[in-house]
Design a protein around this ligand. Structure first.
Ligand SMILES: [Zn+2]
Length: 303
């Protein structure tokens, strides 16, 4: 066990958060940078700059990155990303060479899930699903007491489950249609908000809290679609808990209430009676903390 802290980086579609995380998983300090999306070169330069400032403060044991990407953990490559220009790169190798310490790379949804599982709303469970409602829907699976990433590491992409086969095209580089994140993410809520004359999802949630019936119904509609996705998740994984995080989870019961009703009516027993659907506890820090915990675990595996 190392006493040195670890740098954990959470890369989102609009901003990257880089933090110093103690060996106990507590976030000491962090910085926010915008995510450059013009090109991969600019993206990587931005990511290095985010780490550089923290690395200059003192020695760290490792750096962990949570990226909104499919990561092939066997070939050590980021295969591709839907919302950022990052594809075909050995990011861990590149950053390890650049900063002179071991680096690990994992999907951002997996990172947040590991943090909530070890320190947040999923503590003490062995079967947990986490969804992060933001630009898209990030996801992470803890199955049988360990993170599950698929054969190569690019699985657990629950945000790209097909909800409506004839639905609208998915965003970014995804070529699918009617995917979960197109219909139930924060972006989906913002699109619905604009149809109703609100600037974005935050304004829609605020209006709903003030009793605007159209806003309440719009959020309930998104909640029902979220619930449809949760039905599939309950039927396939039978988790003990589904943890809902990300900026749009601030809508709380306005969305989760209708989602729970759909699960209660449409999912199979015993999973539907058993599962708890709860909000994340660690907030936006989960991605950084999880990336750092995964880097720490990789150090342990290598020792
Ligand atoms: Zn998709």
């Amino acid at each position: 066990m190392t006493a040195l802290p670890v740098i954990g980086v959470d890369v989102g579609g609009t901003k990257m958060a880089a933090g110093i995380v103690g060996a106990d998983g507590l976030l000491v300090d962090y910085v926010l940078h915008p995510t450059p999306t013009e090109s991969q070169l600019k993206f990587l330069a931005g990511l290095e700059a985010a780490v550089e400032g923290l690395a200059a403060r003192g020695p760290v044991a490792a750096i962990g990155f949570g990226v909104p990407s499919r990561v092939d953990q066997v070939a050590h490559r980021v295969v591709g990303s839907v919302h950022v220009p990052l594809a075909g790169v050995d990011l861990a190798g590149h950053m390890s060479e650049r900063f002179g310490v071991p680096a690990s790379v994992d999907n951002d949804g997996n990172s947040a899930a590991v943090a909530e599982w070890k320190l947040g709303a999923g503590r003490g469970t062995n079967h947990m699903v986490m969804l992060t409602l933001g630009t898209g829907i990030g996801a992470g699976l803890i199955l049988g007491g360990r993170p599950y990433r698929g054969a190569l590491g690019g699985g657990a992409e629950l945000g790209h489950m097909v909800i409506d086969v004839d639905g609208p095209p998915c965003g970014g580089s995804c070529t699918g249609h009617g995917h979960f994140e197109t219909l139930a993410s924060g972006s989906a809520a913002s699109a619905r908000a604009r149809e109703l004359g609100f600037p974005d999802a935050h304004a829609l949630v605020a209006a709903a809290r003030n009793g605007d019936a159209r806003a309440v119904e719009a959020l309930a509609g998104i909640g029902r679609v979220l619930g449809a996705g949760l039905v599939t998740i309950v039927n396939v994984f039978e988790p003990e808990v589904i943890v809902i995080g990300g900026g749009f989870s601030d809508a709380g019961e306005l969305v989760l209430g209708p989602a729970r009703e759909v699960v209660a009516a449409e999912a199979l027993q015993p999973g539907r009676d058993f599962v708890r659907i709860v909000r994340a506890e660690l907030g936006p820090e989960a991605g950084m903390i999880g990336a750092a915990l995964i880097a720490l675990e990789a150090l342990g595996d290598a020792a």
